[in-house]
Design a protein around this ligand. Structure first.
Ligand SMILES: *[C@@H]1O[C@H](CO)[C@@H](O)[C@H](O)[C@H]1NC(C)=O
Length: 148
């Protein structure tokens, strides 16, 4: 067995990081291109987000533009209505991205998604955008989650 696969399998067995790429839909990445979305922990899909727990989000993307800033905008879409979803750090440049963002370079946007205990236990779609200097989307992804 490939040693990388082996590590993943062993981590899964011990309930550690068992990061399967998250199935997402691109919702209009204009100035960048997403290659992978990871949410941890997320053992099955749609990801089950437990109230009171923190999740790490890791979006791998390449940029098609130069940008000195990057701003995350997150919404939870409930029954078709986008509702702002607060995240602790909205600045992409403080979330694993070294700014200024360079053209044709690959980045890992890494942040934390806290699931507050007062959230309702529902299924929803999370829409995550990262905007460049011109407020265009370096990426826009959507993925379903279930709050439990
Ligand atoms: C994010 O994903 C990339 C690509 O799989 C990986 O190299 C990097 O270590 C990940 N970062 C974290 C904090 O998990």
């Amino acid at each position: 067995m490939d040693s990388r696969i082996c590590v993943v399998v062993l981590s899964c067995l011990f309930g550690l990081t068992c990061a399967d790429p998250v199935k997402y839909v691109d919702c209009g990445s204009a100035t960048g291109k997403v290659t992978m979305v990871d949410i941890n922990p997320c053992a099955s899909q749609p990801c089950q987000l437990h109230k009171g727990q923190d999740y790490s989000v890791n979006v791998t993307f390449s940029s098609g533009v130069m940008s000195t800033t990057s701003t995350a905008v997150v919404h939870g879409i409930i029954a078709g209505v986008p509702i702002p979803f607060p995240i602790p750090v909205g600045d992409g440049c403080k979330s694993g991205i070294q700014c200024p963002i360079q053209k044709q370079q690959m980045y890992h946007y890494q942040t934390t998604l806290p699931v507050r205990s007062e959230y309702p236990a529902i299924k929803l779609v999370v829409e995550w955008e990262l905007r460049d200097d011109d407020k265009k989307d370096l990426f826009c992804i959507k993925f379903p989650v279930q709050i439990v």
